[in-house]
Design a protein around this ligand. Sequence first.
Ligand code: DMJ
Length: 643
Amino acid sequence: MTTPALLPLSGRRLPPLNLGASAFPHHRATLRLSEKFILLLILSAFITLCFGAFFFLPDSSKHKRFDLGLEDVLIPHVDTSKGGKNLGGFLIHGQGHDEHRHREEEERLRNKIRADHEKALEEAKEKLKKSRDEIQAEIQTEKNKVVQELKKKDSKPLPPVPLPNLIGINSGEPADPDIREKRNKVKEMMKHAWDNYRQYGWGHNELKPIARKGHSTNIFGNSQMGATIVDALDTLYIMGLHDEFREGQEWIDKNLDFSVNSEVSVFEVNIRFIGGLLAAYYLSGQEVFKIKAVQLAGKLLPAFNTPTGIPWAMVNLKSGVGRNWGWASAGSSILAEFGTLHMEFVHLSYLTGDPVYYNKVMHIRKLLQKMDRPNGLYPNYLNPRTGRWGQHHTSVGGLGDSFYEYLLKAWLMSDKMDTEARKMYDDAIEAIEKHLIRRSNGGLTFIGEWKNGHLERKMGHLTCFAGGMFALGADGSRDDKAGHYLQLGAEIAHTCHESYDRTTLKLGPEAFKFDGGVEAVAVRQNEKYYILRPEVIETYWYMWRFTHDPKYRQWGWEATQAIDKYCRVSGGFSGVKDVYSSSPTYDDVQQSFFLAETLKYLYLLFSNDDLLPLDNWVFNTEAHPLPVLHLANTTLSGNPAYR
Ligand code: DMJ
């Protein structure tokens, strides 16, 4: 017995079902009744299955729609046995009383396919007529579109947060015409520095004012991140250079991209970029700065993935891989680097409502609190793998400086609520006074460096910021020693002024000694340079705010004139290699901190105190002002932005 071939819905043929003798070789003989019954059962089961398949299997024609631009064409099942026709690979159903409609449909499809082919052919011909450059430009435009789309996705608005009290964003114009003139001079210098960077170094990190081209160093990685633009923004704003500010904002909006394969310094990027962007945001209210700051901060977070949570010094912005400077003691991280993140990271958590940033810096603080400190001093090096100190060097200058500054400023920035930070600052300063601060034979107070059990009687230009720090921390000091710390600040300011006054150019050297008859003078050739650093002027400004002693404005004016005379070139401002030489040579670098700090502090020195009052603003270590936030001691949970 042979059944006819069955055609299932799919159109694929099933093998013929042979239920005859060949199907059951062991039963050539007559089949018994029970066997016949079984056979009948199997046969009926099979027929039921076929019927079931016919009626209940889903009709693919109802939902198979090919998205080839043939919007309305449904591709039905193929049943060539019933007159289905194959057109260029697609099958059109034509059946029964719908025959006419289907024929029309078929015709429409045929025309559409023909038209599509012709169009594609035309486009290909057009493309071939275009030059290679034109084609490349078109590809680039398409790429840009994609990048813009991605950027839009990345720039999602952040949750709204109530802004802190932003007091004292005003012109600060002094009434005294002489002071006004000095202030205008500083503004003119800012314009000269900016305009030349704008012309010759735009988009590069810094400017080479003599070669008149862009400049960069390894702290910014290998890509053009416009460090000068970001660092200078708030100075431009404060000085009322609004067109320049807008130019900077536009560049940042369009070009500042952090998805680059570039290994940057976590510390430098934090203080210059995140600090600069946050300050620009608070001053101007422009969201773009906040968004960029948060994007960048996200790129720095992988640096904290170390066994201890002490971040690496450098991180690759793209891969997130971190490492330390090769020169740092036994693979250590640097105190002044991992200890100078607190202010910016607290603001990031405040603005985003995301505690991740706050937790990172508080973790560092807790870890430091638990550690033994030789003589109560913090060594400059800490190994992020083992959590142990490296070499026992302590400095209030390079490698240590802003760690102490940020302890004090964390307290100030929290509206004096973060008493834990204040205590750490007080303890550290007591140890520093005991072990590092000395008076020279000539009566100059200086801060030396502790190196493996002995005091090096050398002070760096960087260390001169401490005069301002002592004055800033005087109010609220332990045992009410405010007068003492203000006095200490004044003494450091005096010493640092001497380091300027004892040079030929009236500009301070990088480091100076108090040893073997030498007082506040550089001895080695490689300590004689001045690279437009701000620290001495920074201290003058703090001392001016706290004492209003006119000598600080006088000293600031001396420095302004010296910079203008010896560092100014037609292409901007340059550092000089020897402040003791009457014919100095230039280093040909206009540092971004010259615009961020040096010129800002000078401008503030000749402005009224109600411009950015110190009760409401705290300046980060790159002179970017951040507003005071009223925060609880160790938590930000009071912030309504937290969910
Ligand atoms: C600035 O980038 C910062 O002030 C930092 O804390 C150390 N020094 C430079 C300028 O000298």
